[in-house]
Design a protein around this ligand. Sequence first.
Ligand SMILES: *Cc1c(COP(=O)(O)O)cnc(C)c1O
Length: 498
Amino acid sequence: MFYHSTRNKALKVTSAEAIAQGISADGGLFVPESIPEMTAEDFENLKGLSYAERAARIFKLYLTDFTDEELRECTKNAYESGSFETPAVQEIAELADGSMLLELWHGPTCAFKDMALQILPHFLTRSIKKTGIDREVVILTATSGDTGKAALAGFQDVPGTKIMVFYPEDGVSSMQKRQMQTQEGENVRVCAVKGNFDDCQNGVKAIFTDPAMQEALAANGMQFSSANSINWGRLVPQIVYYVSAYVTMLEKGILENGQRFCVTVPTGNFGNILAAWYAKQMGVPIQHLVCASNINNVLTDFIRTGVYDRSRTFHATVSPSMDILISSNLERLLYHMTGEDDAQIREWFGALKTEGRYQISIELRNRIQAEFSGSFWDDAQTKETIGKVFAENGYLSDTHTAVGIAAARDYQAKASEKYPMLIASTANPYKFGAAVLEAIGGTADGADEYAVLDLLQAKSGMKIPAALADLKTKTVRFTEVTAQDQMDAYVREKLGIQ
Ligand SMILES: *Cc1c(COP(=O)(O)O)cnc(C)c1O
């Protein structure tokens, strides 16, 4: 299996090259030349296997230049080394209304990003070796909160790698900030940026694609790669959990063989929901995908109108990991859905850069609407949903997951035909403790992030995850703040290059 760039179909690279490079030099994203299909028998064969074993089998379909042993080693390191608190890695919880929550946050940083970022370092170091380049990998990451910590945890002290994370100074929760500032490891750096997530992301992209910077790196035996969901090595592990969830639902008798179900995903960058779409293309019987957003509702508008317009006010919300106005992974969906029309992708994404908007045809918009619906929910509705779900089920959901639950309920209420609903649950509620506490009738007034943990435990009865409780005793290591136009200088200084 080879990979093309969404902006140059003629480009053909192996999966190792795609993962090592992160983003194509033409600015496009790497996409598989075809999407592998799985049969009922293939799903049947995954029954009874551990998550790590299932993952290795599914990776084999996409990462064909890796050996079975290599893939099994990677999945063992990621999912069977004790970093996930439940042996099943992912869990499925059922609510009283029959909908199911796919809990993806049992990893070391309490957010779904661990599902991919615990394995990406293993893919990446092997990919670098395979491509025959003996260079140190420098991971540059822009984060709206959760990616940063999960990437830091995944890459911490991985030989042959360095990682630098940039986050918006006022755009992450205090717990997320704490998690990053206290990160341990000799190869890690964390820096706040004056601006929002998109400023961080644009800063990182500019550094990434700057030929002078790339030359300086190469002269020092280094090369950049990305841990953002633009990297194929980040996206393919996300496909795995939708396939695995289907198999688990078959095992548990929640679904019958081939029974269709819907999936709702709280999303910002369109990464997690795109992974579900790939799973659908592979043969997982997904009827419809619901794209749930907060009031940064650029995706809802896009799905409804076919116009992607980033020129709008950026809102900081209680679901900060979805405070995003540029949904990078939409480029992959549009590439596949236009029949791999790379010229069209260049035009649209060129327009997005220069004019802040692009418009697809009505015909394509209709095809997208046949597969996706979108809705958005403000902070008051998000908190109301957390409160309702807690009152009805005794189940505590985080702010992002609550956006998903609100969207799923709205979709189900309006749908003419009902299908079982699986909702991606993307973070442990303690990660966004203050908002969750208020949502269930508590007050976080004046309490610091640790006091909030205790208050939430007393009010909800749910246990504080050890990974967050332990932060209190850790030293704050990284407090630097930089302007967006100084990120370049920061990177050069910390890498010791001119
Ligand atoms: C990153 C994140 C999201 C959004 O994920 P996408 O990659 O934008 O789809 C949702 N919820 C949480 C908790 C996250 O950390």
